[in-house]
Design a protein. Structure first.
Length: 288
């Protein structure tokens, strides 16, 4: 233990932040495992989205490409190489259990970003850009922009948490490790004077804090099931009918039914079935 502390004490600050940044980012990449374990157990992706993982894969690919042109960027290469592998596994698992619509959307997104988008970037950087300085500048701005998008990607999940008052789609540990990781990479980029690394992590820290605050606000709240998310026992969405539609269907089923509107305080629509002799057979009411 003493030898480890002595080793850490003599590490340059930039190496220490790069090392801890790798360790914490490694935990960030592993933090969705409980989420995907749920998907595996339920054999369904439920309300989970694959967009953050697709964007994260594209980001890791781009950072590796950037690191090849930057100096002393071993820490960027190691962690983003691991990121490419783990994000690809997450996406493969998501595709396996996703619905037909979700699978089609995810495949289109991968084709658009990770294949066509990344291919276009490689062409511009290697063919059109002639100097190493220009290549680094192009890739740096692209990485910075994409890093912003990675940190902004959970906004949709945060909105869903606020609407449903449920945190089941926003894993706490992912938010926690993202926040700590942003701190490590900010100081790494600052000490290395690589502002393409440092600047986006300021936003990452702020969004991470916001996610954790939202988590603690809603973690004990009773979930609100939105109308568009209601499902029957077989997992199919339940159709929503107005009272007039219900009455119309009742009338269509039995031509002898007479529909009357009661103008009273309760304001209810009443469908009453009558026999040929005019006697009431029964009635069915629907609240408006």
């Amino acid at each position: 233990m003493a030898s480890v502390l002595s080793f850490l004490r003599h590490l340059p600050w930039i190496t220490a932040f790069g090392l801890f940044g790798n360790i914490i980012s490694f935990l960030v990449y592993l933090s969705p495992i409980p989420t995907f374990y749920k998907i595996y157990k339920k054999k369904s992706t439920e309300g989970f989205q694959c967009i953050p993982y697709t964007v994260a894969l594209f980001s890791a690919m781009l950072w590796i490409f950037y690191a090849f042109f930057a100096t002393n960027s071993t820490f960027l290469i190691t962690i983003n190489s691991f990121g490419c592998i783990i994000e690809a596994l997450y996406i493969a698992l998501f595709l396996f259990f996703a619905t037909k619509e979700a699978r089609a959307f995810t495949l289109k997104l991968i084709l658009l970003t990770n294949v066509l988008g990344f291919g276009a970037i490689v062409f511009v950087v290697l063919v059109i850009a002639k100097s190493n300085h220009l290549r680094m500048k192009i890739l740096g701005w692209l990485c910075l922009t994409l890093a912003f998008l990675v940190f902004v990607a959970p906004l949709g999940v945060m909105r869903q948490v606020i609407r449903t008052k449920s945190v089941k789609y926003m894993p706490f540990f992912l938010s926690f490790f993202l926040t700590i990781s942003a701190v490590m990479w900010f100081f790494y980029g600052l000490l290395k004077k690589d502002y393409f690394v440092a600047i986006p992590n300021v936003l990452g820290f702020l969004f991470g804090i916001a996610q954790m605050i939202i988590y603690f606000i809603y973690k004990n709240c009773e979930e609100i099931i939105l109308e568009e998310e209601k499902e029957d026992p077989k997992g199919q969405k339940l159709p929503q009918f107005t009272s007039e539609q219900v009455i119309r269907e009742v009338v269509n089923l039995n031509p002898t039914i007479v529909v009357r509107r009661q103008e009273n305080n309760s304001d209810r629509s009443v469908a009453m079935a009558t026999m040929p002799d005019g006697k009431d057979e029964g009635f069915h009411t629907v609240e408006v």
